[in-house]
Design a protein around this ligand. Sequence first.
Ligand code: NAD
Length: 414
Amino acid sequence: MEGRTPYQMALEQLNKCAKIMKLDPNVHEMLKYPKRVLTVNVPVRMDDGRIKVFTGYRSQHNDALGPFKGGVRYHPNVSVEEVMALSIWMTWKCSVAGIPLGGGKGGIICDPKKLSPGELERLSRGYFAAIRNIVGPDMDIPAPDVNTGGREMAWFLDEYNKYKGCNNPGVVTGKPLEIGGSLGRTEATGRGLSIVAREAARRLGIDFKKSDVAVQGFGNVGYYSAKFMQEFGCRIVALSDSKGGVYNPNGIDVEALLAYKQKSGKLSGFPGSKEVTNEEVLEVPCDILIPAALENQITKENAGRVKARLVLEGANGPTTPEADEMLFKRGIVVIPDILANAGGVSTSYFEWVQNGQNYYWTYDEVLQKLDKLMTAAFANVWESYKKYNVEMRMAAYICAIERVTAAMKVKGWC
Ligand code: NAD
């Protein structure tokens, strides 16, 4: 599948699952296309007085399970095909997590590093004003993605409420706490991943509390995954960031490493550890490997050298299709991104629920609900995995497609 566009890849995956699960051809046909893709051209007054027009998109794939849900990214490489593919994957991710939301995604073709804060604000407000008629708490709920965060969500929310004449925080998630964000959202993806790891280890006969873990990436997902895995009793033996990593078979104290990185700006040189490259982190002896940095990290070149028994995809798309097949043949179980990192979108769902009831949960309540949700999601995929005897990735997609299909059928769509 390498060399194909993300949309072609999403279709290939759908076609493969459709065959295995003998999907109704009418459902299959409908799932190939987003229900709606909106293109907007947003004029922005630049700081020098000129008007520059930016193109943005919002793709709404499927809302059989509930309102569309998915982030908005700001990047020069955003394209309509990419946004469409990402909206398809969001349909599967929400469905596999068992949350009543559908799949959407948005993006603006821009380089945010070249825009001033004022230009970014005008662009964000302009984009949201342009898509305001197709988004809303009961329709489509955007969230942060690459190069967007709480600041952009606050602008989106403000713009929406201004136009609609309402005060409804549930139109976006990933908001700052002051305006309806949820406690626990920051650490949710890593927390969710550690819960899935616990469940997977239990099913695979891996002694979770005695397992050695290697993590590629020390950002939001990498750091919180490592932190919670350590709290669960695992030994973190390797960690890396963009500049390289560290390895210590006797274990690395994650909090001490974070403090060291904040002081020195790097991981290398951390007392008691050996320096390793980003690539080597993927190949160290361990039971559980967590690629939590970038896409396409485990490839056909290095898949043969992965020593872990279990791989959890913290990042989106870190394993190439060829590598996936190689790992499967070697008996290494890969928990796919749509399940392993679904803790983020699940807590976004919690944020939206809290906004709807205008009553907010404590941090512990959020974590408890997340544990319940992720445990159930894993159990469901595991059932599919056993039933169809396919890679865990296929099992997760099949689970997701089954739920969406059932909702489409009872709604009488096909
Ligand atoms: P982040 O920017 O916080 O962290 C990324 C980390 O990767 C940084 O530590 C960076 O130094 C490191 N890195 C960059 N290049 C590297 C390389 N070549 N080798 C090793 N490390 C490298 O990003 P994040 O939010 O942690 O997201 C990481 C991945 O997880 C992305 O694929 C993202 O789409 C996915 N994801 C994130 C969330 C979330 O809630 N943050 C949810 C689902 C999926």
